[in-house]
Design a protein around this ligand. Structure first.
Ligand code: PMP
Length: 404
């Protein structure tokens, strides 16, 4: 497939910013949406809008069918064993909060330890901090080594008899590091530790296979995989999900209710209280179909080439310092331009129509440990081009000329 054809699928890529063609390099924050995803939202509200799992009427049944068909699609996409192991949530953040609230409250006791890594996003730190505070448990943090990889030796040492849960990201949104989640899961399971993987950054870049990884929970957001905002999911192993109390109470998650006692619904509905976000689920389904049409391996190959190209360009500029050089990296580059504050650099780069992210990337403890105020982050998707990287480089040279 030609790059022009791919780009034509994404209407926003045709717009101007500051009178220049948009160069969108903030894909780690959220990806752009192909027309098929936008159309799915319009089609739902135009033709199908009705509540799911409730009505015998035609529309409700059609909407329910479409809604459940996407669950099956997600199941195949991440290779879960059963579709009821996929819980719809608002996104990765809510998925992690669900595990902290439901599994955590039932399983974490005073003196227990929850192990995370130094490269976690705030959404894989704060829910565990809150749980630890409530339970009198301890949060322990695995450091990273110089190149931005996890310190595997330290990780092994930190897994002890008090560790109940390991929560670690698949891909770091701030460094690009791809963690060896399969090996990490195996190490943790040998010690009876439950494993949650934050997959927010992974689904769009690589084939994710939760059975192969072997993890207990895997959290993700649709908007980072070309789908709509406000929808995502949690994969959980059936046995664990069955053993957990519900997350929220309300309609949909019950089998029967009396004032004396409520019987909870079966999986996955036990964890899906209230009217769900049907339209965005259908949009997520359209995004998965779209990705499958291009092929995740093709996407990974294009993105890898963009990463190599940008790396090569950046390494020729002695003023650029790349933060995070792990051998296994996703298609994003976090960097600093000499001593220039990332915010100042980002403001100038924006004037070129180039959207990069600047700041701590919701990983403030990581930036503190690196002793930097933040970075500039360019994150690439398969619809980006080498010419766009050249434009970023042009903008960087302008920043250098202005500030140095
Ligand atoms: N984890 C990582 C690694 C992320 O990059 C993000 C989003 N920046 C999240 C979690 C949270 O995802 P969301 O805001 O979609 O819930």
């Amino acid at each position: 497939m030609k790059i022009e054809e791919i780009r034509a699928d994404f209407p926003i890529l045709g717009r101007l910013v500051h009178n220049k063609p948009l160069v969108y390099f903030d894909n780690a924050a959220t990806t752009q949406k192909p027309q098929v995803v936008i159309d799915a939202l319009v089609a739902y509200y135009s033709n199908l809008n009705s509540n799911v799992h409730r009505g015998v009427h035609y529309l409700s049944q059609q909407a329910t069918e479409a809604f459940e068909a996407v669950r099956e699609k997600v199941k195949v996409f991440v290779n879960a064993r059963y579709s009821h192991e996929i819980i719809y949530t608002r996104g990765c953040t809510e998925s992690i909060n669900l595990v902290a609230a439901a599994w955590g409250r039932a399983n974490i006791l005073s003196g227990d330890e929850i192990l995370i890594s130094a490269m976690e996003h705030h959404s894989n730190i704060v829910p565990w901090q809150m749980l630890c505070e409530e339970k009198g448990a301890k949060l322990t943090v695995c450091p990273i080594i110089e190149d931005g990889s996890l310190d595997m030796k330290a990780l092994a040492e930190l897994m002890n008899s008090r560790t109940r849960l390991l929560a670690v990201t698949h891909i770091s949104n701030a460094l690009g590091t791809i963690n060896p989640v399969r090996e990490i899961t195996r190490m943790a399971h040998e010690k009876g530790i439950v494993v949650l993987i934050d997959g927010a950054q992974a689904l769009s870049h690589m084939k994710v296979d939760v059975q192969d990884i072997g993890c207990d929970f895997y959290a993700f957001s649709a908007h980072k995989v070309y789908g709509p905002m406000g929808i995502g999911g949690l994969y959980g192993r059936e046995e664990l999900l069955n053993s957990m109390p519900p997350y929220q109470g309300g309609g949909e998650m019950i089998k029967s209710v009396t004032f004396e006692k409520t019987a909870y619904n079966e999986l996955p509905f036990k964890f899906e209280a209230g009217t769900p976000n049907v339209a965005d689920v259908l949009g997520f389904g359209a995004a998965i179909d779209y990705i499958n049409g291009i092929g995740i391996e093709n996407i990974a190959a294009i993105e890898h080439e963009l990463l190599l190209y940008a790396n090569e360009k950046f390494s020729r500029d002695p003023l650029i310092r790349i933060i995070g050089n792990a051998p296994e990296k996703a298609s994003l580059i976090s960097f600093m331009i000499d001593k220039i504050h990332p915010y100042d650099a980002g403001t100038i780069i924006d004037r070129f129509g180039v959207a990069v992210r600047t700041g701590t990337h919701c990983a403030q403890p990581l930036m503190d440990s690196l002793g930097i105020p933040g970075t500039i982050r360019a994150s690439f998707a398969f619809y980006n081009t080498k010419e766009e990287i050249d434009k970023l480089m042009e903008a960087i040279l302008k920043v250098e000329a202005l500030f140095l």
